[in-house]
Design a protein around this ligand. Structure first.
Ligand code: TYD
Length: 207
Protein backbone atom coordinates (compact mmCIF):
# COMPACT_ATOMS: atom_id res chain seq x y z
CA UNK A 1 0.00 0.00 0.00
CA UNK A 2 1.20 3.48 -0.86
CA UNK A 3 2.17 5.58 2.19
CA UNK A 4 0.92 9.19 2.42
CA UNK A 5 3.48 11.88 1.65
CA UNK A 6 5.79 12.53 4.61
CA UNK A 7 6.02 15.78 6.58
CA UNK A 8 8.86 18.26 6.33
CA UNK A 9 10.02 19.80 9.62
CA UNK A 10 12.81 22.37 9.81
CA UNK A 11 14.81 23.78 12.74
CA UNK A 12 16.01 27.38 12.63
CA UNK A 13 17.69 29.95 14.85
CA UNK A 14 20.81 32.04 15.31
CA UNK A 15 24.18 30.34 15.86
CA UNK A 16 24.41 29.01 19.41
CA UNK A 17 20.64 28.71 19.90
CA UNK A 18 21.06 24.96 20.47
CA UNK A 19 18.69 23.69 17.78
CA UNK A 20 21.03 21.01 16.36
CA UNK A 21 21.10 19.02 19.62
CA UNK A 22 17.32 18.57 19.35
CA UNK A 23 17.33 17.02 15.86
CA UNK A 24 18.04 13.40 16.87
CA UNK A 25 15.73 13.38 19.94
CA UNK A 26 12.97 14.72 17.67
CA UNK A 27 13.62 11.96 15.12
CA UNK A 28 13.53 9.39 17.95
CA UNK A 29 10.19 10.81 19.14
CA UNK A 30 8.74 10.48 15.63
CA UNK A 31 10.14 6.97 15.15
CA UNK A 32 8.44 6.06 18.43
CA UNK A 33 5.19 7.14 16.76
CA UNK A 34 5.84 4.73 13.89
CA UNK A 35 7.24 7.23 11.38
CA UNK A 36 10.18 6.56 9.12
CA UNK A 37 12.46 9.60 9.56
CA UNK A 38 15.38 11.09 7.66
CA UNK A 39 17.51 13.71 9.43
CA UNK A 40 19.60 16.12 7.40
CA UNK A 41 21.06 19.64 7.38
CA UNK A 42 21.73 22.73 5.30
CA UNK A 43 23.97 23.75 3.82
CA UNK A 44 24.77 20.08 3.14
CA UNK A 45 22.77 16.87 3.22
CA UNK A 46 24.23 15.43 -0.03
CA UNK A 47 27.84 14.65 -1.02
CA UNK A 48 27.98 17.77 -3.21
CA UNK A 49 26.12 19.85 -0.62
CA UNK A 50 28.62 18.89 2.08
CA UNK A 51 31.48 20.06 -0.19
CA UNK A 52 29.64 23.36 -0.70
CA UNK A 53 29.12 23.58 3.07
CA UNK A 54 32.87 23.33 3.69
CA UNK A 55 33.42 26.22 1.27
CA UNK A 56 30.54 28.29 2.66
CA UNK A 57 31.66 27.95 6.27
CA UNK A 58 35.37 28.52 5.78
CA UNK A 59 36.18 30.23 2.46
CA UNK A 60 35.99 34.01 1.92
CA UNK A 61 33.67 34.86 -1.01
CA UNK A 62 31.48 37.57 -2.50
CA UNK A 63 28.21 37.96 -0.59
CA UNK A 64 26.12 37.08 -3.64
CA UNK A 65 28.26 34.00 -4.33
CA UNK A 66 27.49 32.92 -0.76
CA UNK A 67 23.75 33.44 -1.30
CA UNK A 68 23.71 31.60 -4.63
CA UNK A 69 25.73 28.67 -3.27
CA UNK A 70 23.23 28.30 -0.42
CA UNK A 71 20.47 27.89 -2.99
CA UNK A 72 22.63 25.68 -5.26
CA UNK A 73 23.24 23.30 -2.34
CA UNK A 74 19.49 23.44 -1.58
CA UNK A 75 18.55 22.55 -5.16
CA UNK A 76 20.72 19.45 -4.95
CA UNK A 77 19.38 18.59 -1.49
CA UNK A 78 15.75 18.83 -2.65
CA UNK A 79 16.34 16.76 -5.78
CA UNK A 80 18.43 14.01 -4.25
CA UNK A 81 17.19 13.70 -0.70
CA UNK A 82 14.24 15.81 0.49
CA UNK A 83 11.72 15.30 -2.34
CA UNK A 84 12.36 11.55 -2.79
CA UNK A 85 12.07 10.99 0.98
CA UNK A 86 8.77 12.89 1.25
CA UNK A 87 7.44 11.03 -1.80
CA UNK A 88 8.30 7.67 -0.16
CA UNK A 89 6.32 8.75 2.90
CA UNK A 90 9.36 9.42 5.10
CA UNK A 91 9.39 12.41 7.41
CA UNK A 92 12.30 14.80 6.89
CA UNK A 93 13.75 16.66 9.87
CA UNK A 94 16.16 19.27 8.54
CA UNK A 95 18.59 21.52 10.41
CA UNK A 96 17.97 24.86 8.56
CA UNK A 97 16.33 25.57 5.19
CA UNK A 98 15.40 28.71 3.20
CA UNK A 99 14.33 30.73 6.26
CA UNK A 100 18.05 30.71 7.15
CA UNK A 101 18.93 32.35 3.83
CA UNK A 102 16.34 35.08 4.42
CA UNK A 103 17.68 35.58 7.95
CA UNK A 104 21.44 35.41 7.26
CA UNK A 105 21.96 36.56 3.67
CA UNK A 106 19.16 39.14 3.64
CA UNK A 107 18.82 40.13 7.32
CA UNK A 108 22.45 39.64 8.33
CA UNK A 109 24.31 40.45 5.10
CA UNK A 110 21.80 43.05 3.86
CA UNK A 111 21.07 41.60 0.39
CA UNK A 112 17.66 42.47 -1.09
CA UNK A 113 14.84 40.20 0.05
CA UNK A 114 13.31 40.24 -3.46
CA UNK A 115 16.29 38.29 -4.81
CA UNK A 116 15.58 35.50 -2.36
CA UNK A 117 11.88 35.48 -3.16
CA UNK A 118 12.88 34.84 -6.78
CA UNK A 119 15.36 32.10 -5.84
CA UNK A 120 12.82 30.51 -3.53
CA UNK A 121 10.26 30.46 -6.38
CA UNK A 122 12.83 28.97 -8.70
CA UNK A 123 14.15 26.28 -6.37
CA UNK A 124 11.08 25.24 -4.38
CA UNK A 125 7.97 27.04 -5.63
CA UNK A 126 5.65 24.28 -4.44
CA UNK A 127 7.32 23.24 -1.24
CA UNK A 128 7.50 24.85 2.19
CA UNK A 129 8.16 23.07 5.48
CA UNK A 130 5.01 21.78 7.17
CA UNK A 131 6.42 23.11 10.44
CA UNK A 132 9.42 25.27 11.31
CA UNK A 133 10.69 25.45 14.88
CA UNK A 134 12.48 28.75 15.45
CA UNK A 135 14.85 28.62 18.44
CA UNK A 136 14.89 32.16 19.74
CA UNK A 137 17.63 33.47 22.01
CA UNK A 138 19.38 36.82 22.61
CA UNK A 139 22.67 36.81 20.64
CA UNK A 140 24.60 37.74 23.80
CA UNK A 141 23.54 34.47 25.42
CA UNK A 142 24.13 32.49 22.20
CA UNK A 143 27.61 34.05 21.91
CA UNK A 144 28.56 32.71 25.34
CA UNK A 145 27.57 29.21 24.20
CA UNK A 146 29.65 29.50 21.00
CA UNK A 147 32.66 30.71 23.00
CA UNK A 148 32.85 27.41 24.94
CA UNK A 149 32.52 25.16 21.86
CA UNK A 150 35.52 22.88 21.32
CA UNK A 151 35.87 23.50 17.58
CA UNK A 152 36.86 26.96 16.32
CA UNK A 153 34.14 29.36 15.08
CA UNK A 154 33.12 29.27 11.39
CA UNK A 155 32.71 32.37 9.16
CA UNK A 156 29.19 33.05 10.44
CA UNK A 157 29.95 32.45 14.13
CA UNK A 158 32.84 34.90 13.83
CA UNK A 159 30.51 37.75 12.87
CA UNK A 160 29.95 40.61 15.36
CA UNK A 161 26.99 40.80 17.72
CA UNK A 162 25.04 43.26 15.54
CA UNK A 163 25.13 40.75 12.64
CA UNK A 164 23.47 38.15 14.88
CA UNK A 165 20.98 40.78 16.13
CA UNK A 166 19.94 41.43 12.51
CA UNK A 167 19.67 37.69 11.81
CA UNK A 168 17.46 37.24 14.86
CA UNK A 169 15.25 40.16 13.87
CA UNK A 170 14.88 38.83 10.31
CA UNK A 171 13.90 35.41 11.67
CA UNK A 172 11.31 36.97 13.98
CA UNK A 173 9.86 39.07 11.14
CA UNK A 174 9.58 35.99 8.96
CA UNK A 175 7.89 34.13 11.81
CA UNK A 176 5.38 36.95 12.20
CA UNK A 177 4.58 36.75 8.49
CA UNK A 178 4.08 32.96 8.59
CA UNK A 179 2.66 32.59 12.08
CA UNK A 180 1.07 29.20 11.45
CA UNK A 181 4.12 27.51 9.90
CA UNK A 182 6.87 29.06 12.03
CA UNK A 183 6.57 28.41 15.78
CA UNK A 184 8.88 30.18 18.22
CA UNK A 185 10.66 28.24 20.94
CA UNK A 186 12.28 30.13 23.81
CA UNK A 187 15.77 28.58 23.61
CA UNK A 188 16.72 29.97 27.03
CA UNK A 189 15.10 27.04 28.85
CA UNK A 190 16.28 23.60 29.96
CA UNK A 191 16.76 20.86 27.39
CA UNK A 192 13.81 18.91 28.88
CA UNK A 193 11.40 21.85 28.66
CA UNK A 194 12.44 22.53 25.06
CA UNK A 195 12.10 18.86 24.09
CA UNK A 196 8.62 18.84 25.58
CA UNK A 197 7.62 21.97 23.63
CA UNK A 198 8.93 20.45 20.39
CA UNK A 199 6.87 17.30 20.92
CA UNK A 200 3.74 19.31 21.71
CA UNK A 201 4.15 21.50 18.63
CA UNK A 202 4.72 18.53 16.33
CA UNK A 203 1.74 16.71 17.81
CA UNK A 204 -0.47 19.78 17.35
CA UNK A 205 0.66 20.74 13.83
CA UNK A 206 1.74 17.52 12.10
CA UNK A 207 0.37 14.34 13.68
P1 TYD B 1 24.68 25.53 11.56
O1 TYD B 1 23.32 24.90 11.60
O2 TYD B 1 24.92 26.60 12.55
O3 TYD B 1 25.78 24.41 11.72
P2 TYD B 1 26.63 24.10 13.05
O4 TYD B 1 25.68 24.18 14.22
O5 TYD B 1 27.18 22.74 12.82
O6 TYD B 1 27.68 25.18 13.08
O7 TYD B 1 24.81 26.10 10.04
C1 TYD B 1 25.98 26.59 9.50
C2 TYD B 1 25.94 28.07 9.17
O8 TYD B 1 25.39 28.32 7.89
C3 TYD B 1 25.17 28.94 10.15
O9 TYD B 1 26.07 29.86 10.70
C4 TYD B 1 24.17 29.69 9.32
C5 TYD B 1 24.67 29.55 7.92
N1 TYD B 1 23.61 29.52 6.89
C6 TYD B 1 23.37 30.65 6.15
O10 TYD B 1 24.01 31.68 6.33
N2 TYD B 1 22.39 30.62 5.17
C7 TYD B 1 21.68 29.50 4.92
O11 TYD B 1 20.81 29.50 4.01
C8 TYD B 1 21.94 28.33 5.69
C9 TYD B 1 21.18 27.07 5.43
C10 TYD B 1 22.92 28.38 6.69
Amino acid sequence: MCRPRGKFITFEGIDGAGKSSHIEPTAAFLRGRGMSVVTTREPGGTPLGEKLRALLLHEAMHLETEALLMFAARREHLARLIEPALERGDWVVCDRFSDATFAYQSGGRGLAREKFLQLERWVHAHLQPDLTLLFDLPPVVAGLRIAVQERGPDRFEQEALDFHERVRLAYRRRAAAAAQRIQLIDANQTREVIENSIQQLITRHCL
